[in-house]
Design a protein around this ligand. Structure first.
Ligand SMILES: Nc1ncnc2c1ncn2[C@@H]1O[C@H](COP(=O)(O)OP(=O)(O)O)[C@@H](O)[C@H]1O
Ligand SMILES: CC(=O)OP(=O)(O)O
Ligand SMILES: [Mg+2]
Length: 420
């Protein structure tokens, strides 16, 4: 019988699910991938890939919210006659959930009642992410009673960050009591990147040093030394560090009190399960590329910037400015012993102009691009775009958080089943 793993990645505006067969001992085999996006700007749209069946941008009129999206996805998968390994919800052995904020958890855990409540409490710290993911955990629990629900934390990869790098210079009694420290996120992606880059360089992960940039709707940088996170740009919450689609990234913490007098008041988008302040609402959802340019699509921003659009040029230049700040800082943290600078995430993988601008400014450190390869990196999980003979490598990595969950789940399946 196939061992079916569902890897679920609930974003603020989309739900992505990949289906794997992990019966063989090697890598899990992807059987299908499905995505419902546009949940915050209806109608939602469907994308589905299985074998030779490809659906692109089909509108879904009645699908609302994360739970609605998951219901639709489960129905679509179980009713697809071409996907014979998954005909009934009971066929699913593991449901892997990407949970962005995992607090002090440093490894995946089977979700029982206690873990669930603990994760609910962490929702305030990742307001764009955790609450939606937990809605789906509940839906799987109700609709797929035979599946083991496993939480994979985006913060877990960063458990190795050194004490000075993760400590804020505030009263340590309060910091300890309230868990106020740097946690860091995009860890599933960084785990995938580390594993894949090490394999490409034919080095053990424990000897791999990289500066990795995960640039998607949320963007972050990570300093990876000997295969482990040594520092990252996100902090207590995913708001810190680089700007994002709707996030400000780092600002002077006092700024918000000059921006609005209502900073501490509860935002109207708070729900009974999640309370967020007006300050958090503004900095997480009403900032970033959207307010600077009117679009969250960095592909559009890049091409308009190249045509001279001033707002887009400013947004582009802001990102380059912040990125080189982290690249420079992490270069020093690694003592210049850097195997490669790695670009990943939608903007990292598709943004040739962005990569060129960043590498141009990092040339003084020994990074040089092969222009042709940068324009057309070609197919592959990890592709080199560095110039022959350049002191440090430059790579593009097609990162995949779902594959990372499924791989870890298949590897540790028996242990995870018993990890309640
Ligand atoms: N040609 C491009 N150049 C730069 N960025 C792009 C391009 N095409 C898409 N993008 C960016 O990739 C982002 C999506 O990245 P992705 O990693 O898929 O996001 P998410 O964090 O939502 O999973 C889009 O929001 C868009 O800004
Ligand atoms: C942690 C985070 O910001 O995730 P995403 O980029 O998927 O929004
Ligand atoms: Mg993402």
């Amino acid at each position: 019988m196939p061992r079916i793993i569902l890897a679920i990645n609930a974003g603020s505006s989309s739900v992505k699910v990949s289906v794997y067969d992990a019966s063989a001992s090697e890598e899990p085999k992807e059987l299908a991938g499905i995505q419902v996006s546009g949940l915050t700007a209806p109608p939602a749209t469907l994308k589905y890939d299985r074998g030779d069946e490809h659906i692109k941008s089909q509108e879904l009129q009645d699908v609302k919210g994360q739970e609605g999206a998951f219901d639709y996805i489960l129905k679509h998968l179980t009713e697809d006659s071409g996907l014979d390994a998954l005909n009934h919800p009971d066929d699913i052995e593991f449901a892997c959930h990407r949970i962005v904020h995992g607090g002090n958890y440093d490894k995946p855990v089977r979700i029982d009642r206690d873990t669930y409540h603990h994760l609910e409490k962490l929702s305030d710290l990742a307001p764009l992410h955790n609450a939606g993911a937990l809605t789906i955990v509940k839906a799987v629990h109700d609709k797929c009673p035979k599946a083991s629900n496993i939480a994979f934390f985006d913060s877990a990869f960063h458990a190795t960050i050194s004490v000075p790098a993760r400590t804020y210079a505030i009263d340590q009694t309060i910091a300890t009591r309230n868990g106020l420290r740097k946690y860091g996120f995009h860890g599933l992606s960084y785990a995938f990147i580390t594993r894949s880059v090490a394999a490409q360089l034919a080095k053990p992960t424990s000897q791999t040093n990289i500066i990795a940039l995960h640039l998607g709707s949320g963007a972050s940088a990570c300093c990876i030394q000997n295969g482990e996170s040594e520092d990252t740009s996100m902090g207590l919450t995913p708001l810190a560090g680089l700007p994002g689609a709707t996030r400000s990234g780092d600002v002077d913490p006092s700024l918000i009190f000059h921006f609005t007098h209502d900073a501490g008041k509860l935002s109207p988008s708070s729900t009974k399960d999640m309370s967020i302040t007006t300050a958090e609402e503004i900095l997480n959802k009403k900032s970033g590329w959207q307010v600077l340019t009117g679009t969250t699509d960095f592909g559009v921003i890049s091409s308009k910037a190249a045509q001279g659009d001033e707002k887009c040029k400013l947004a582009f230049d802001i990102l380059v400015d912040r990125l080189i700040g982290f690249v420079g800082s992490y270069y020093l943290k690694l003592g210049g012993d850097v195997d490669a600078l790695v670009f990943a995430g939608g903007m990292g993988e598709k943004g040739a102009a962005l990569r060129r601008a960043v590498v141009e400014k990092a040339r003084c450190l020994g990074f040089e691009l092969d222009e042709g390869k940068n324009e057309k990196p070609g197919e592959g999980v990890v592709v080199s775009i560095g110039k022959e003979g350049s002191r440090h490598g430059i790579l593009v990595c097609a990162t995949d958080e779902q594959v990372e969950m499924a791989t870890q789940c298949a590897r540790d399946a028996e242990q995870l089943k018993g990890s309640e």
